[in-house]
Design a protein around this ligand. Structure first.
Ligand SMILES: *[C@@H]1O[C@H](CO)[C@@H](O)[C@H](O)[C@H]1NC(C)=O
Ligand SMILES: *[C@@H]1O[C@H](CO)[C@@H](O)[C@H](O)[C@H]1NC(C)=O
Ligand SMILES: *[C@@H]1O[C@H](CO)[C@@H](O)[C@H](O)[C@H]1NC(C)=O
Ligand SMILES: *[C@@H]1O[C@H](CO)[C@@H](O)[C@H](O)[C@H]1NC(C)=O
Length: 474
């Protein structure tokens, strides 16, 4: 007879042995998965290095040989690995020091932080540059890791100055990284294969050269180096200015004046207007003002409230789909171009003005169209945030910038900028001026805000001026 107490160990033994079997199966399954993954990685690596034979040299950045053995390339055809030495940035050099909130534009020789680079004269030509990129994701601000930036830049410099170019002018780069390597350095289109943490690039060196030539961070102005440049990279027929209008006609006047100001600056580049939900009559005027019309489907900002003008302010991302052009200078339609800025086309993506700290102002930016970049940006619309503010000149009377009238907008007020905008307006055809009128509602709120400013007795006393703007009486 078997007692209950005797039964227990047998049951639990069975339970344990079943568990063991399950875990053994799971483990061998896991092992199988790892083997399959390793095999896939090897296949990718081998097809990437398929034409390799003889004495190939591979430069290793922030990486030991064992990591390369992992993907099986060292046992194949690569004979030499060379460790690229460089001093890691000091931990005291933070991202905010690279992107200071204030820069001295007059005195560009004032000291800017340096990121140490390897002494390239120590190295011969390299067939592949390989690197391990640190990735602190999901730590907050993991992208703003200066060491991560440094490794990117070391790889870029080594590839440009020591990389062997193939007949297409491309250099091979292999990066090991848990998170996507910086698209600002290694273009999305140059990625030819990916397997897990391994990213295989064939990089067009000429484009990488433009990036390597830039000063690092925002301490020195990149536009200075563009001004000194020799314009060999300029391809006018594949460069354009662009702006975006979506959802409402409130920026039509701005876009008209913007086109006129670009033409006045003497630029010969195409002017491209991306538009959605703009009435035909306005489109005719925009075309007459100089824009080539390019209809788009606007893109919603998932963070925006419904039925606000801003709701579709991610439409700008469509700029990356203008692949007939190599470079686009995007300009917000509330801006004015005061002199020829075509020299900026020498700069690479993304060149933009800083706003404060490491946030850039997307009001003017140079981008390189690419459907690949577009796709990646679209997949991140949920985790990117942006910001905004301010009354536009055409929403005020011409006498003064109405931003003076409101406490919250006074920081944006600038009579000189206001006056320059109206100068371009004055030179325009009367037919175009019609698009810059004021609605009755707007006139009412302008007067209302002026009265409030009077009550608050703002010291600048703009509220004392009586308006001479004929638009008031239209
Ligand atoms: C770089 O290496 C070369 C060759 O060894 C040497 O002559 C030169 O002084 C080094 N430069 C620096 C800045 O260390
Ligand atoms: C002009 O640019 C080309 C290409 O980057 C460069 O090779 C050349 O040295 C530059 N010439 C001058 C005078 O700066
Ligand atoms: C990029 O996408 C746009 C829009 O779908 C398309 O018109 C264009 O031909 C594509 N460009 C390339 C180079 O594939
Ligand atoms: C886009 O719209 C959102 C939501 O209204 C707003 O918070 C953000 O400031 C806007 N961004 C830009 C660049 O206009």
């Amino acid at each position: 007879m078997i007692s209950d107490t005797e039964n227990v160990p047998i049951v639990s033994y069975l339970a344990i042995s079943i568990k063991k079997r399950l875990s053994w199966q799971a483990k061998s399954g896991e092992r199988k998965n790892i083997d399959i993954k390793r095999q896939r990685l090897r296949d990718k690596a081998q097809s990437f290095f398929k034409d390799f034979h003889g004495d190939r040299r591979i430069g290793m950045v922030n990486m030991g040989n064992s990591e390369a053995i992992n993907i099986g390339i060292l046992e194949k055809s690569i004979k030499y690995t060379i460790n690229i030495q460089f001093d890691p940035v000091r931990s005291s050099l933070t991202w905010n020091k690279l992107f200071p909130s204030w820069i001295d534009e007059e005195n560009s020789s004032s000291s800017c932080p340096q990121i140490p680079m390897p002494n390239l004269s120590l190295y011969e030509e390299l067939d592949v540059v390989m690197a391990s990129l640190p990735c602190k994701w999901p730590e907050t601000n993991w992208k703003r890791d200066v060491f991560r930036l440094q490794v990117h830049l070391v790889v870029a410099n080594v590839a440009v100055k020591r990389g062997v170019r193939d007949e297409r002018g491309k250099v091979r780069i292999v990066l090991k990284s848990k998170c996507r390597p910086m698209m600002e350095v290694f273009r999305c289109d140059d990625l030819v294969k990916r397997e897990g943490e391994w990213w295989f690039y064939e990089v067009e060196v000429r484009m990488l050269e433009e990036k390597v030539a830039l000063p690092v961070g925002s301490c020195k102005l990149a536009s200075d180096s563009a001004k000194e440049g020799n314009n060999t990279h300029i391809h006018p027929q594949r460069e354009a200015y662009a702006t975006v209008l979506h959802s409402s006609s409130s920026y039509v006047c701005g876009a008209i004046v913007l086109a006129q100001s670009i033409l006045k600056s003497g630029s010969t580049r195409d002017l491209i207007l991306l538009h959605d939900s703009i009435p035909d009559s306005s489109l005719q005027a925009l075309s007459a003002a100089g824009w080539k019309l390019h209809p788009i489907t606007r893109i919603r900002n998932p963070h925006a409230r419904r039925n606000t003008y801003n709701e579709y302010n991610y439409s700008k991302l469509r700029l990356w789909q203008l692949t007939d052009y190599k470079k686009i200078i995007f300009v917000d339609s509330d801006l004015l171009i005061l002199r020829n800025i075509d020299f900026l086309f020498q700069l690479p993506e993304i060149s933009a003005a800083g706003n404060h700290d490491s946030i850039f102002n997307s009001g003017v930016m140079l981008i390189e169209p690419s459907n690949c970049t577009f796709k990646v940006l679209m997949s991140h619309t949920h985790d990117v945030t942006s910001y905004n503010g301010g009354y536009k000149p055409w929403a005020c009377y011409r006498d003064y910038d109405c931003n003076w009238n409101r406490m919250e907008s006074r920081v944006y007020a600038n009579d000189i900028a206001h006056w320059r905008w109206w100068n371009v307006y004055d030179a325009m055809d009367d037919k175009l001026k019609r698009y810059c009128g004021l609605s009755e509602k707007r006139k009412w709120s302008l007067e209302n805000e002026r009265k409030k400013a009077e009550k608050l007795r703002f010291e600048d006393e703009h509220w004392k001026l009586t308006t001479l703007d004929p638009r008031k009486y239209e």
